[in-house]
Design a binder for this molecule. Sequence first.
Ligand code: PLP
Ligand code: COI
Length: 360
Amino acid sequence: MQIDYQLLEKSKQKQPITSVKGVSFGSIRTNHMFVMNYEDNEWKNPRIVPYGPFSIAPGAICLHYAQEIFEGAKAYMHSDGELRLFRMDKNAERFNHSAAELMMPEVPVELHLEAAMRLIDVERDWCPNEPESSLYIRPFMFGTQDSLGVKISNSYIFCIMVSPCGPYYPGGFSKTIRLLITEKFHRAVSGGTGTAKCGGNYAGSLKPAAYAQKMGADQVLYLDANNRFIEEVGTTNHYHVLKDGTFIIPQFSDSILKSITSRSVLELADMGKVKARNERIGIDDFIAGVKSGEIIEAGGFGTAAVISPVGSYVFDNGEVITVGNGEVGQYSKDLYKLYTDIQTGKTPAPAGWLQTVPRY
Ligand code: PLP
Ligand code: COI
C-alpha cells in the first residue's frame, strides 16, 4: 500500500527535545503520526500527517463500549547513529491477537511495521540517546461507527504515535518499587480480556492503582480471581529470583498479558544466557519464599518499565515484607545489563530481534 506523506512545513515544526531527564513517561509529543482508516472491509488511505486531533462522532463505539486496543514498542539509537526497533514484529502479532479478542480487523504485520518505520524515519531526530531512554512507539486502533447499540464497529482508525521517553518509574532501574498484594481487586479472569492489550483493562486498573498508592505502593501485583496464584502487575509481568539465580515468571494463562519482555527472557534462557522458567506460583509459597530468603529478588518485566526491581510488598492490612535487602539485586542488575545491551546494540542480539529503520 502506498503511504501518503503530509508533513508539516519545517518552519511550523516543534524542535526535537534534547533530553528526557526528569520528563514523565509518555508526555512528549512529536510532530507527526501515522493514520489509516478501515471502511467497507478494507484498510484505506494510509498517511503520515501532523500530530493532531481526530474528528469522530460522539456516538463512536470506542467512546461508549471501549472497542480499543493498543501496543507499546521501542526504538533505540545505536552508536552508529541508526535507529533499531526491538522485536516490534512481536508487538504487531500481539496487536492482531488483541484485535481478534475485541472483534476488530487485523492489521497486516508487514504494513504495521512499515507504517511504524516510515513514521520513525520522519521523526528520527526525536529519538533520545541517553541511558535508560528510547523512542516509545504506541500503535492503537479504535471503533468509530456511530452506534449506541452494542455491536462490532464497521469502521476503525488505526494510528501510530511516538514519544521520546526515559524510565517508566521516575527513579529508573536503580530505585526499587513497592507492590501491593491485594485480594480486593482483580485485573482479569479466565475467559475475559486479560491476554488482550485493550484500553478497558487499563481503565479498570485505575481504581486499584489509586488504592495501591494510598497503601504506599507503586502498583498492584494482581492475583487470579480465586486469590491463589500470582498473575501480573498492572503495567508489567512479574518475576522473582531464587537463591540459585533462576528467574521465575508466572505461567502464562488466559488472563495474563503475554509479555514480549518475559518471552525474550525465556528465549535467552533457552540460549543458555540466563536461568529462567515459566511456572505457576502460589501466592502463599511466594510470600513464604520471600520471608525465608529462598526468594532473593523480584521485579516487573515490560516494554515501558523494562526491568523494574521490587524492593518490598505491602498487604491490605499494611504489613510490609522486604525482598532480600530491599535494594536492586545482582541477578536483576546482570539481566538488566544483558537485556539493555542487546536493545542498544552494545552486545550482539539474537537473530531477528533488531530491525534497522530504513532511511526512506
Ligand atoms: N502486563 C501488562 C498488563 C502490561 O501492560 C505490559 C506492558 O506492555 C506487560 C505485561 C509487559 O508486556 P511487554 O513486555 O510485551 O511490554
Ligand atoms: C508498555 O509497556 O508498553 C505498556 O503498554 C505499559 C503501560 C505504559 C500501559
